[in-house]
Design a protein around this ligand. Structure first.
Ligand SMILES: Cc1cc2nc3c(=O)[nH]c(=O)nc-3n(C[C@H](O)[C@H](O)[C@H](O)COP(=O)(O)OP(=O)(O)OC[C@H]3O[C@@H](n4cnc5c(N)ncnc54)[C@H](O)[C@@H]3O)c2cc1C
Ligand SMILES: NC(=O)c1ccc[n+]([C@@H]2O[C@H](COP(=O)([O-])OP(=O)(O)OC[C@H]3O[C@@H](n4cnc5c(N)ncnc54)[C@H](OP(=O)(O)O)[C@@H]3O)[C@@H](O)[C@H]2O)c1
Length: 423
């Protein structure tokens, strides 16, 4: 079979046949699929735009970050966390684990290759995945674009691939320091500063707490409502309790119980400006994908007034922000803890399986497999445990076909082709 790149860029693009699937993204999800495929004996290629595995964790998270779910819900398939890991591993421990995971399964992604487009070619029944080098090759004058051709495509680019910067009036006029939470490392550089933290999800709460601990003066914007739950209720993980209750009781009742327990532990959060949504926390997670905040200390700082809760923003100007209640707040810096989004629609040319927002149309547990060899891992809004479930399903599914087709009695054309897959 001959694969001809588009005529006008023939000289610039290398064309590579991949024996087995192409996995896009070397975060925990991509690594989990790779490890499970190894076990199935299926070769693969992983394409990663960054220069390291788990770039979200290594490059785009703050220093004080810890996993906020107990470790048993965060380990990847086939290799548990080391036994001496604490209940809530730190960011460093988690990264060390992922590095040793990749090493253990001999997973070697192709780094600095950003997937620009992926399209199913009906004529040959294969995926054409085009990448662009994010560094190195261009500087050396080497071909910067590669086209991978494969039968299976595994999307593992994550729910948090790009940061969301809101369109707020006057944002560009603000003269102080402004950054997204993905670029925030610690409150070190903000000592004594008045900092506006926009957003009250887990990032907004933890960044505000960190700022307090570094003697700055955070105000946190809460424009709508938020469910704050304690990370633990009477010594037991709230998440674990919720998972247990959901096996026994209907969701609405689980939510009621969680809210009663949260009230017993935290008191009435509404009296501190944190209005609760009308939908319960687990129901909201299931229907809107919105994660409740698992409190690890920010609420105490809100109660003590060290973190000031303020309403939505009307507009920014040079040195201040005008809030919707008319108050003018003078601030030195702004941190946008305004969340993340999937980037799948920007590169995957497909509209049956993914929505315009870059999430599978089918909800959990059916959103992992599309048509024509397309798979998605890590888009169930169920964190690392959801990604592990997807990964095992995908590898089993591909593994079955692979084994069938590589039975010694059958003629197997793929083995004769030039391939760069790992195995
Ligand atoms: C601050 C923060 C804390 C979190 N804490 C937890 C937690 O405690 N527990 C939990 O379960 N979940 C947590 N999450 C959710 C998080 O999404 C998962 O932990 C995990 O990172 C998801 O893994 P992933 O591989 O699906 O996505 P990611 O980790 O985002 O990895 C995707 C990879 O794909 C690469 N990529 C993206 N686009 C392209 C492209 N076009 N071409 C090539 N490569 C591409 C990215 O560079 C990245 O390396 C947290 C998220 C954030 C932002
Ligand atoms: N320790 C941990 O494990 C940890 C830490 C951080 C993050 N995370 C995870 O990472 C993911 C992302 O969390 P996140 O907190 O970064 O994002 P998020 O949960 O999407 O929260 C974004 C916040 O920004 C607000 N916002 C957006 N646009 C705004 C605007 N124009 N004005 C005012 N507020 C605005 C949102 O308010 P509305 O609700 O009104 O839209 C929301 O409060 C989640 O899954 C989270 O659980 C985990």
């Amino acid at each position: 079979m001959v694969f001809a790149p588009d005529h006008n860029d023939f000289s610039a693009r290398r064309c590579v046949w991949v024996n087995g699937p192409v996995i896009v993204g070397a975060g925990p999800s991509g690594l989990a699929v790779a490890a499970c495929l190894k076990e199935q004996g299926v070769p693969f290629v992983i394409l990663e735009r960054a220069d390291c595995i788990a770039s979200l964790w290594q490059r785009r998270t703050y220093n004080r970050l810890k996993l906020h779910l107990p470790k048993q819900f965060c380990q990847l398939p086939k290799l548990p966390f080391p036994v001496d890991f604490p209940e809530y591993p730190s960011k460093k421990q988690f990264i060390d684990y992922l590095e040793s995971y990749a090493q253990h399964f001999e997973i070697n992604p192709q780094f600095n290759e950003c997937v620009q487009s992926a399209k199913y070619d009906e004529t040959c029944g294969l995926w054409r995945v085009k990448t662009c080098s994010t560094k190195g090759a261009v500087a050396r004058g080497a071909a910067s674009e590669v086209e991978y051709i494969c039968r299976w495509l595994v999307v593992a680019t994550g729910e948090n691939a790009e940061c969301v910067v809101p369109d707020i009036e006057g944002l560009n006029e603000f003269g102080g320091k402004m950054l997204h939470a993905c670029d925030y490392k610690s409150g070190e550089g903000f000592k004594g500063k008045r900092v506006l933290v926009v957003g009250c999800g887990n990032s907004g709460m933890e960044v505000s707490l960190d700022l307090c601990n570094h003697n700055s003066f955070p105000s946190m914007v809460v424009r709508s409502s938020v469910h704050v739950l304690p990370r633990e209720i009477f010594g037991k993980s709230t998440f674990e309790t919720a998972v247990f209750l959901m096996k026994l009781l209907p969701l609405w009742l689980v939510d009621k119980l969680l809210l009663i327990l949260a009230w017993l532990v935290l008191g009435n959060t509404e009296s501190y400006g944190l209005k609760r949504p009308s939908t319960g926390p687990m129901q909201q997670k299931n229907t809107q994908g919105k994660t409740p905040v698992l409190d690890i200390g920010a609420l105490e700082k809100i109660k003590s007034g060290d973190i000031k809760v303020v309403p939505g923003i009307k507009r920014f100007s040079h040195d201040r922000v005008e809030l919707v209640d008319g108050e003018n707040l003078y601030v030195d810096s702004v941190i946008l803890a305004t969340g993340y989004r999937s980037n799948v629609p920007s590169w995957l040319q497909e509209s049956d399986f993914f929505t315009k927002n870059g999430f599978p149309k089918q909800p959990f547990p059916n959103g992992w497999k599309g048509k024509a060899g397309l798979y998605a891992v890590g888009f169930t809004r169920r964190g690392l445990s959801g990604a592990s479930v997807d990964a095992m399903r995908i590898a089993n599914d591909i593994g079955q076909v692979w084994k069938e087709e590589t039975k010694p009695t059958k003629r197997f054309t793929a083995c004769h082709r030039r391939c760069i897959s790992q195995f």
